[in-house]
Design a protein around this ligand. Structure first.
Ligand code: GDP
Length: 309
């Protein structure tokens, strides 16, 4: 299956949750639309019950036969390179900005990192239904922000959609009848490159997000950087200097479908997976087939960042 991996960058309250909910509904990721909110809540409760302390915020929707993995970024400056590790898993980003509030300082950090990585974001000016919306001014503000953050010409030439996540539509203009979010899905498919990775090489991923689950133990999320992951495959965990931290098997292989994680037997190159079965591995180590001898490039963790409770 074709894949697109994108980050979503937004200031808190600018409508990220509402928009992602609508993306889930309209892509039919849930057959019974009315259950989206309940299921979102259910899964949170379930995770709370099961003692997952850090939520890897990955969502995935399918559109025209393409799986779009959407990874949430922290809406504030991080201290351990978490934002960079997330951005290393994606080839595109949606920068969501409230049409009344405009671009707020907290998003600058993450936007700056995305631009520095060469990502060409899609800008969504959201909540244009607000009485106090000033969409065109906000468009200019975002342009100025990108320029101030050192965006190149391609990045400054960003595609932009007006949207109301609450009303469930996105469009290139503010005129005319409101439809749905198809303009946004289509833009993701056309503007964001598919992951360009080696499908033939032996399996390797970088552990980029770590969580703890009462049942599964350590759960490590990352992108399959090369090859394919198979359930129960033997793996080694490598540190940047090539030291083998641990040898084991991928006893659980999870991919993201909608808001849920689904257990699977095999995952292809470029997809985002969560694996369990390793007890020593941590971020940002490489988890790979035994024939892989060097760790993949990764963003180191600046201590003390990992809050495990
Ligand atoms: P998040 O913090 O970015 O995830 O934002 P939420 O999706 O939780 O939305 C924050 C607030 O903005 C909530 O009160 C939403 O109902 C409201 N909101 C979200 N999308 C829209 C929109 O398109 N238009 C308007 N007017 N309000 C919205």
């Amino acid at each position: 299956m074709e894949i697109r991996n994108i980050a979503i960058i937004a200031h808190v309250d600018h409508g990220k949750t509402t928009l992602v909910d609508q993306l889930l509904r309209q892509s039919g990721t849930f057959r019974d639309n009315q259950h989206v909110a309940e299921r979102a809540m259910d899964s949170n409760d379930l995770e709370r019950e099961r003692g997952i302390t850090i939520l890897a915020k990955c969502t995935s929707v399918e559109w025209k036969g393409v799986r779009i993995n959407i990874i949430d970024t922290p809406g504030h400056a991080d201290f351990g390179g978490e934002v960079e590790r997330i951005l290393n898993m994606v080839d595109g980003a949606i920068v969501l900005v409230d049409a009344a509030e405009g671009a707020l300082p907290q998003t600058k950090f993450v936007v700056g990192k995305a631009l520095a990585r060469g990502i060409r974001p899609i800008v969504v000016v959201n909540k244009v239904d607000r009485q106090d919306a000033r969409p065109d001014e906000v468009h200019t503000e975002v342009f100025d922000l990108f320029a101030a953050l050192g965006a190149d010409d391609h990045q400054l030439d960003f595609p932009m959609l007006y949207a109301s996540g609450r009303q469930g539509w996105a469009d290139t203009t503010l005129e005319g009848p409101r439809k749905d979010l198809s303009a946004l899905y289509d833009l993701v498919l056309s503007h964001v490159p598919a992951p360009n990775l080696d499908t033939e090489a032996p399996f390797a991923m970088v552990a980029s997000i770590m969580e703890y689950d009462n049942f599964l133990g350590r759960v490590l999320t990352g992108r399959v950087e090369q090859g394919r992951a198979r359930l129960n495959m033997p793996v080694r965990v490598l540190r940047a200097d090539g030291t083998v931290v641990e040898t084991g098997r991928l006893t659980k292989l999870l991919t993201f479908r909608g808001l849920e994680r689904v257990s699977v037997e095999e995952v292809g190159t470029g997809d985002i997976i969560a694996v369990a079965g390793l007890s020593e591995a941590t971020i940002p180590e490489t988890i790979a087939s035994p024939e892989v001898t060097a760790a993949l490039p990764a963003i180191p963790v600046d201590p003390p960042t990992l809050t495990m409770t």
